[in-house]
Design a protein around this ligand. Structure first.
Ligand code: HPA
Length: 264
């Protein structure tokens, strides 16, 4: 293979994490709820693009859950920052390189499903890749995506949410490149296409992770009604605020689910 990540901070591999969580906009408070042993900024790792979006921290955090190592990726790179599909997914290849087997992706999303209100969470059952690109371009890598989001992991999180009495919807995430939010006409189109929520990340990471054989689960924090569904204008600040408020709900679900999952 290529020489990608030939220089790596030793602590990252030595930590021995098999599970990683990618934290999206506004979800950094999840990391604050855990014991962090060390932090490694993305810019300490040659080949890893550093996120430039406010609210995205840009560092790995090494944490433990009931003694098991858990790697948190605080912040990610996005197409809308000007990175390409390979660059956006470099972090996933890095995780695979250091021995991670399963990745939990989180994101902020607008909701188009009237039954999935803002402030709640949706677990992805499937996605629509409407970014127009793929991290696998250039290689005839015809991977099967019929169960991109692990049924086994979904069952663990579904049970944990039921026990915690926290709503956890399940549905389809559509990803566009952004950075502009959608028009009302685009939102109507997305509903027709079968999307429940819309965002600007995650699908390329899922594709890359599945191509490397990683198990994937993904969660959307529903931060707002998508354009044209309710009155008002969309702002990044409002998206961040709702994300922070809802983070506590995912923390409770993860608290129950992670020990079951990491031990497996
Ligand atoms: N559209 C796209 N991405 C988003 C949205 C939205 O409404 N909210 C948060 N991320």
């Amino acid at each position: 293979m290529s020489a990608e990540f030939s220089i790596l901070p030793e602590a990252l591999e030595a930590f021995g994490a098999r599970t990683a969580i990618v934290l999206g906009s506004g979800l950094n408070s999840f990391a604050d709820s855990l014991d962090i042993e060390a932090a490694i900024p993305y810019d300490a790792i040659p080949g890893l693009p550093a996120s430039r979006v406010p609210g995205h921290a840009g560092a790995f955090a090494l944490a433990r859950v009931h003694g098991h190592p858990l790697l948190l990726a605080r912040g990610r790179a996005h197409l809308y920052e000007g990175w390409n599909a390979r660059e956006v997914t470099a972090g996933i290849r890095l995780l695979h390189r250091i021995g991670v087997h399963r990745v939990l992706l989180t994101n902020a999303a607008g909701t188009l499903n009237p039954a999935f209100p803002p402030g709640q969470w949706m677990m992805l059952t499937d996605h629509l890749n409407l970014t127009g690109t793929s991290p696998l371009l250039g290689v005839p890598n015809f991977i099967d995506l019929s169960d991109a989001y692990s049924a086994r992991l979904r069952e663990i999180f579904r049970q944990a949410a039921t026990e915690a009495r926290i709503p956890l919807h399940e549905g389809v995430y559509a990803s566009l490149s952004g950075p502009q939010y959608e028009t009302p006409a685009e939102v109507r189109m997305l509903r027709t296409l079968g999307a429940d929520v819309v965002g600007m990340s995650t699908v390329l990471e899922t594709i890359q992770a599945r191509a490397l054989g990683l198990e994937v689960a993904a969660f959307s924090c529903l931060t707002n009604w998508a354009a044209g569904i309710a009155d008002g204008t969309l702002s990044h600040d409002a998206v961040m605020d709702t994300g922070q408020g809802a983070a506590r709900m995912l923390i409770e679900i993860f608290d129950r689910a992670l020990p079951r999952m990491i031990a497996a």
